[in-house]
Write a protein that binds this ligand. Structure first.
Ligand SMILES: Nc1nc2c(ncn2[C@@H]2O[C@H](COP(=O)(O)OP(=O)(O)OP(=O)(O)O)[C@@H](O)[C@H]2O)c(=O)[nH]1
Ligand SMILES: [Mg+2]
Length: 237
């Protein structure tokens, strides 16, 4: 009778994670800033959106990609943006103010998702026009967070959106792709979709994000903070 093979001790063991206090402090400041988010206004159409003289960050992506949930997670609030299992729930452009000491210094915009099959064609086309106009003409737009469900990958509509904003990205518009619901992926699936999406995004920032597991939340918060405060280090605030 042969004895079962003995388990060998791993030759290389992962070194224990070293906490970086400066990084933790930057994340703390960025999360504290986002936590101040509060509802400003809701507009059914672009022409009803007030002109606010503040840098604006838009959350865009397909219906059900997780935009509203990401806003709630980043701001550590449960019902700031209305998240739902039913795709197409966000129908208006919702604006939220962010800023310390009750002085807003930025605006977050939760946009209705696109690509939801059950929406009548006319409404779809209307929304694509509104969205295109918003992304091309909103003067205060500082950055765009494109949310993608990595199980569907970047779809044709996401790529159209990228094409729409590309000229503005060349002029300094900030841009981040968040691959949402990453808790539904294995580690290797996550790594694979990350490298494919980085190629598709043409060198822009791409991160895995999970509202459920809080993956990528600190990094995304810090990036948004930097977009709005390019001259300041979060830790020095
Ligand atoms: N497992 C998991 N589910 C998530 C995550 N983020 C969002 N969801 C779920 O995905 C569904 C859609 O989330 P929403 O945040 O409403 O999506 P949305 O992009 O705002 O959708 P629209 O407003 O329709 O465009 C909800 O059932 C959420 O609970 C996540 O990180 N992990
Ligand atoms: Mg929504």
């Amino acid at each position: 009778m042969t004895s079962p093979p003995r388990k060998l001790a791993p030759v290389f063991s992962r070194p224990p994670a070293v906490a970086d206090p400066a990084k933790a402090e930057r994340a703390r400041v960025a999360m504290g800033w986002l936590h101040t988010a509060h509802f400003l206004t809701s507009a059914p159409q672009l022409e009803h959106l007030p002109t606010l003289d503040l840098p604006e960050i838009a959350f865009v992506g397909r219906s059900n990609a997780g935009k509203s949930t990401a806003i709630n997670t980043l701001t550590q609030q449960t019902r700031l943006a209305f998240a739902s299992k039913t795709p197409g729930r966000t129908q208006h452009i919702n604006l939220f103010g962010v800023g310390k000491q009750k002085v807003d210094d930025a605006v977050l915009a939760d946009l209705p998702g696109y690509g939801y099959a059950a929406v009548p064609k006319e409404a779809k086309l209307r929304w694509q026009r509104v969205m295109g106009n918003y992304l091309m003409t909103r003067e205060t737009l500082r950055g765009v967070v494109l949310m993608c469900d990595p199980r569907h990958g970047m779809t044709e509509l996401d790529e159209i959106l990228l094409d729409v904003i590309r000229p503005r990205v060349a002029e300094g518009l900030k841009f981040l792709v968040l691959l949402t619901k990453s808790d539904k992926l294995t580690r290797s699936e996550g790594a694979k979709v990350l490298s494919i999406t980085r190629l598709q995004a043409g060198g822009g920032e791409v991160k895995l994000f999970s509202a459920l597991k809080k993956q990528g939340v600190d990094e995304a918060a810090e990036l948004l903070w930097r977009w709005v405060h390019p001259e300041t280090q979060p830790a020095s605030e």
